[in-house]
Design a binder for this molecule. Structure first.
Ligand SMILES: [Zn+2]
Length: 437
């Protein structure tokens, strides 16, 4: 089958549309678009998404994503435990051989009748009718949804690593990656093994120090953490990590908006007694530089790593979008939880018990409900207590640029409990521009 025909056949299977043959295949993309337009119309610009679960073979899952404990290894123990849930994703997981074609990608629940859900990839929707979802201005400037947002949930820490900047990533045909963290209190009822993150390098560290750590790679722990400093992770706050800066994320459940690229280099040879192969240091290094320590160390943003005001420059408390008193009178509070960069931004919206608000935003966004129950536009939403792998939830949605601009009515139907949702935005959100540093 031609690649295009194969792709369409896969899309048809996902959408629950049957029928082979070239003529039917050509007709099918218009069927899929029709299905999407019908979902946009019945959802009044708010699309329901199915959970996208992602395993990681080199980490131990933390068990706090509400996935049933019996389903943590639903994709096979050899593929690793499920420790990530990706949101509004148009990005494939880079999980090596054996990774399903659609791993990491979010599905829109385009219809859900007696015959079961009919699902279409959000990526297909953006590729086919991106103007109607993200807006024609975003499509012409960015060409798609260039952000990846996820929860990650580990039992212990991740090795000290960095993500290449645009220049270093371009040499391996990829994009550079800054990333941000926010620790949602609702998912952090338990800290797990190490709720501290080493970040950057202790001021005074020299390139020779890092050189010697890399030389010691095969002698057990290479000691890179002796040259760094760990910060206690505080629920309800976050960090912004530019490309080229080392970090070893701790065991807090982390909401992580980032540029949609999977470049990285691990600088720590052993974590919690487990060996990290050199391959993971040079995964995104051109082959001729795989043993070139000067090149490898040159990928670090040295000044940013040894910044003596690291915390002051990178740690972020929530920033209210309006005066707190005024919002409280209107029955809600909303704050930026990820800001300072043009690459992405995120807000946390809290609607008070029994209250209803209409919130406008200048750009399309994805959202995950972290607490409570109520309505988002036409949708009944609630936070799940426990999710079986493969089941739908009523906690994740995508709001088109047009619906965001008109305003979405959000109602908290609980008399007692807040309705809380996190909202992730792509690059260059006009509402977040004033906060870019
Ligand atoms: Zn990272």
């Amino acid at each position: 089958m031609r690649p295009q025909a194969l792709r369409v056949a896969q899309l048809r299977a996902q959408a629950g549309l049957l029928g082979p043959g070239a003529f039917a295949i050509i007709a099918s993309m218009s069927e899929i678009v029709e299905l999407l337009r019908s979902a946009l119309s019945s959802g009044e610009g708010v699309l329901r998404l199915a959970p996208a679960w992602v395993p990681r073979s080199f980490l131990m899952p933390g068990g706090r994503l509400k996935l049933h404990p019996a389903d943590l290894y639903a994709l096979g123990a050899h593929r690793g435990g499920i420790d990530e849930r990706w949101f509004s994703s148009t990005t494939n997981a880079d999980n090596g051989p054996g990774t399903p074609d659609d791993e990491g990608l979010s599905y829109i629940v385009a219809a859900n009748g007696a015959a079961g859900p009919r699902k279409v990839l959000l990526k297909t929707a953006v590729d086919e009718i991106g103007d109607e979802i993200l807006g024609s201005d975003v499509m012409s400037t960015h060409g798609g949804w260039n952000v990846l947002c996820k929860f990650f949930d580990n039992l212990g820490p991740i090795p000290h690593h960095m993500h290449q900047d645009e220049e270093a990533a371009a040499r391996v045909g990829r994009r550079g990656k800054p990333e941000a963290y926010y620790f949602p209190p609702q998912y952090n009822y338990k800290e797990n093994n190490f709720a501290y993150t080493f970040m950057g390098l202790e001021p005074g560290t020299t390139k020779d120090d890092v050189w010697r750590c890399l030389e010691r790679w095969n002698e057990g722990d290479n000691g890179i953490l002796y040259h760094s400093k760990a910060y206690k992770l505080k629920p309800g706050t976050g960090w912004q990590i530019p490309a080229g800066v080392l970090h070893a994320p701790g065991s807090a459940v982390t909401y992580e908006p980032q540029v949609n690229s999977d470049v990285f280099g691990m600088f720590q040879s052993m974590v919690e007694g487990r060996y990290v192969p050199w391959d993971l240091l040079v995964k995104d290094v051109p082959p001729e530089h795989h043993q070139d320590l000067e090149y490898i160390i040159g990928m670090l943003d040295w000044e940013a790593n040894v910044d003596p005001n690291f915390m002051a420059n990178r740690h972020f408390e929530p920033h209210p979008v309006r005066p707190v008193d005024e919002m409280a009178e209107d029955g809600y509070s909303e704050a930026w939880v990820t800001y300072s960069t043009a690459s992405y931004s995120a807000k946390e919206l809290t609607v008070h018990p029994g209250r209803s608000v209409t919130i406008r935003d200048a750009a399309a966004y994805g959202t995950i409900v972290t607490q409570g129950r109520g309505q988002i536009g036409v949708w009944d939403v609630h936070t799940p207590a426990m999710i079986r792998f493969g089941e739908l939830t009523a906690d994740e949605y995508f709001v088109t640029a047009a619906a965001a601009g008109e305003g979405v009515r959000i109602t908290n139907l609980s008399p007692d409990e807040n309705l809380v949702m996190l909202k992730h935005f792509g690059p260059d959100n006009p509402d977040a521009r004033a906060l870019v540093r």
